[in-house]
Design a protein around this ligand. Structure first.
Ligand SMILES: NC(=O)c1ccc[n+]([C@@H]2O[C@H](COP(=O)([O-])OP(=O)(O)OC[C@H]3O[C@@H](n4cnc5c(N)ncnc54)[C@H](OP(=O)(O)O)[C@@H]3O)[C@@H](O)[C@H]2O)c1
Length: 281
């Protein structure tokens, strides 16, 4: 018991005074990640588009005595991202860690998408990570800090009704691997967290057919707090990757053996209606 408490105390300050910006952090995983870093002593910059929800998230951190600000910005806009990074640096005098978390999921067959939905989706999940990173690199390089991307099991294997989600989450791995080669020698840590199915905020919506927004319906395998701890640990240990949930680890292992085994298994499980059990619809 004493050991646990001491261990907890040690962790409490392992990000003391580090400045950490988490995109898409007004709820869900992003807010939990912000709270975890705050608990460990960091200065937090929250971000999202919806002002009211962002304000509530900020208040919840401040009420708990944490040092935080919030910047309303849409990560699909390069200009908004440039201003967000500038404001972050002015507010706290620098930036140590960028967590690219803002993103949207989907539940629609590729054949049921239209061009505009595809464009918006890629803008959020891919450009929405590229723009903040582009403007944050000089500061993070100065501080030999970290850039982390929020991918998914869908970034490791292809899943039905998630084609663009899989495409954008896989692309983050390529981006991260390249950045690691370019920026690693300057002391910058680049990591990717492959998140498994996690609990969802009741207000969360995902992209359906033709751009309509629908409620998510996959089963949760992890809590926000468990996921948030993994984000803090990947930064603390400066690890390149972290694959969450047993299903994620298993899927990655099998995909390495053969992508055909993965797709054949998914087709089989859909046919025999095992898919609901595993969250693969
Ligand atoms: N939940 C899961 O099971 C799961 C699994 C694997 C990976 N992930 C990934 O984890 C991340 C967070 O997921 P979540 O479940 O916590 O999602 P969520 O509940 O929908 O939260 C998304 C957050 O991002 C913000 N956001 C969305 N679009 C934005 C934009 N264009 N600019 C700025 N902020 C934006 C949202 O606020 P506003 O709408 O107000 O902007 C909100 O704060 C995503 O990248 C997701 O793909 C989630």
């Amino acid at each position: 018991m004493i050991f646990i408490e001491r261990n907890g105390d040690m962790k409490k300050n392992d990000f003391k005074d580090k400045v950490i910006l988490i995109t898409g952090s007004s709820r869900g995983i992003g807010l939990a990640v912000a709270r975890e870093f705050a608990r460990r002593g960091a200065k937090i910059i929250l971000n999202a588009r919806n002002k009211e929800r962002l304000g509530k998230a900020l208040k919840s951190l401040k009420d708990d005595g944490y040092d935080a600000i919030a910047i309303q910005a849409d990560v699909t806009s390069a200009d908004a991202c440039r201003k967000m990074i500038e404001q972050a640096v002015v507010s706290y005098g620098g930036l140590d860690v960028l967590i690219n978390n803002a993103g949207v999921s989907m539940r629609a067959n590729f054949e049921d998408l239209d061009a505009e939905t595809c464009r918006n989706f890629v803008d959020t999940n891919l450009m929405g990570c590229i723009y903040p990173t582009l403007y944050a690199v000089p500061e993070i390089k100065k501080n030999r800090g970290s850039i982390v991307f929020t991918s998914s099991i869908a970034g490791l294997i292809g899943l039905p009704t998630a084609s663009l989600y899989c495409a954008t989450k896989t692309a983050l791995r390529g981006l991260a691997d390249s950045l690691r080669c370019e920026l690693g020698p300057d002391g910058v840590h680049v990591g990717v967290v492959y998140v498994g199915f996690t609990e969802n905020d009741p207000e969360k919506k995902v992209v359906g057919s033709k751009g309509g927004m629908i409620s998510p319906d996959r089963p949760a395998h992890m809590s926000w707090e468990e996921v948030a701890e993994e984000f803090a640990e990947i930064v603390r240990k400066r690890r390149s990757r972290s694959v969450l949930t047993p299903i994620g680890k298993f899927a990655e292992y099998v995909a390495r053996l053969s992508p055909d085994i993965v797709s054949d298994t998914i087709v089989f499980s859909r046919k025999h209606q095992l898919n609901e059990r595993f969250g693969i619809h």
